[in-house]
Design a protein around this ligand. Structure first.
Ligand SMILES: Cc1cc2nc3c(=O)[nH]c(=O)nc-3n(C[C@H](O)[C@H](O)[C@H](O)COP(=O)(O)O)c2cc1C
Length: 336
């Protein structure tokens, strides 16, 4: 395919520029009819969170923070797309450069910091898109909202995105917003989940539609923490858990010249950690709610491993940077 050629050009550019250019190109191709929009492949169709997925492979959050490239991403044949993280108000994120490729190990370190144009802009983009497939909207807090008011940001964003999403993800696991991951601690998480569930109930009554809500967690959790989170997910009747976000660990890239850049590490060096979290969640949840597995899926074999570990759905981000759309076909082959 063409991607190896495109990749050698893209990898000469700054990582963020290459990202925007690739997504613009594929979306333009979809709008010009060069690729067919929205034709999801039917491979292992499944029902998860009460939604019917044509296949279990989706695009992870962060790839399309503002929902500007839905038609291009939909044209890749995936079963669902998760956009965001979106915050109530627009914010610029951290100073550039803030995304670093580690090609030798198929990894990326990013410290973007929820750069996005805010929830109103995202909804405008969603309403303009032709994409008809399953849409997840991932929500977060603004960097300058004090932690004691974090729940208010999630409730505000949830109220706005609820009518437009097939499912909503509550992201409390980015390492690039100060103290965000504290929300994974028991007391904070209890308060957050209770408020989210009350809001979901009100919105379901108002709209006549129940929209499932997933919680996205970090890979950097002790076994006891995973157990506590699993108990809370069940107690609060959450609809799904997404495991995992990027890691702050550098154990798998020690000695790499970029290893000491601040931020979250993704891609192949993350895979074993994410897989272990999915295994642990599967043990603790015992089928009470579905797991969406994400982290270092860079091959068909790794996609299968994530499903075998107990994930009902899987998502990709960094693998696509290194392998391009061919990775999607490789995974479908492996799952057929
Ligand atoms: C550049 C970049 C930006 C990301 N932004 C977000 C984000 O905004 N929200 C989120 O929940 N996850 C975000 N992620 C995490 C991914 O969704 C995914 O959980 C993680 O990268 C592991 O999957 P991967 O190894 O396939 O990339 C981002 C990842 C990368 C590489």
């Amino acid at each position: 395919m063409l991607y190896p050629l495109a990749r050698s050009l893209l990898f000469q550019m700054d990582a963020e520029r290459a990202h925007t250019l690739s997504l613009k190109a594929i979306t333009h191709a979809a709008h010009c009819g060069l690729v067919r929009p929205g034709e999801a492949q039917r491979v292992r169709p499944c029902t998860v969170m009460g939604l019917s997925f044509p296949n279990p492979l989706g695009i992870a959050a962060g790839m399309d923070k503002n929902a500007e490239y839905l038609d291009g991403l939909g044209a890749l044949g995936v079963g669902f797309v998760e956009v965001g993280t979106v915050t109530p108000r627009p914010q610029p994120g951290n100073p550039k450069p803030r995304v670093f490729r580690l090609p030798e190990v198929e990894g990326v370190i990013n410290r973007l910091g929820f750069n996005n144009d805010g929830v109103e802009h995202l909804l405008q983009q969603v309403s303009r898109a032709e994409y008809q497939g399953i849409l997840g909207i991932n929500i977060g807090k603004n960097f300058d909202t004090p932690m004691e008011n974090a729940v208010d940001d999630y409730v505000f964003a949830l109220r706005r995105v609820y009518p437009h999403a097939h499912y909503v993800t509550v992201n409390i696991s980015s390492p690039n917003t100060q103290n965000l991951r504290q929300l994974q601690e028991s007391d904070e998480l209890t308060r957050l989940l209770a408020t989210i569930k009350i809001t979901q109930g009100e919105l379901a009554d108002q709209t006549g539609r129940y929209v499932p809500i997933a919680l996205k967690i970090a890979p950097d959790l002790e076994a006891a923490q995973i157990e506590r989170i699993a108990r809370l997910l069940i107690a609060h009747r959450m609809d799904a858990v997404i495991a995992t976000n990027t890691t702050i660990s550098r154990s798998t890239v020690a000695g790499h010249p970029l290893a000491l850049e601040n931020g979250g590490l993704s891609g192949a060096p993350l895979h074993e950690m994410s897989l272990a979290v999915v295994h642990a969640l599967a043990r603790n949840l015992d089928g009470a709610l579905p797991i969406i597995g994400v982290g270092g899926i860079t091959s068909g074999a790794r996609a299968k491993a994530m499903l075998d570990a107990g994930a009902s759905l899987i998502q990709l981000y960094t693998g696509l940077i290194f392998k391009g759309p061919d990775l999607i076909n490789e995974i479908f082959q492996a799952l057929r």
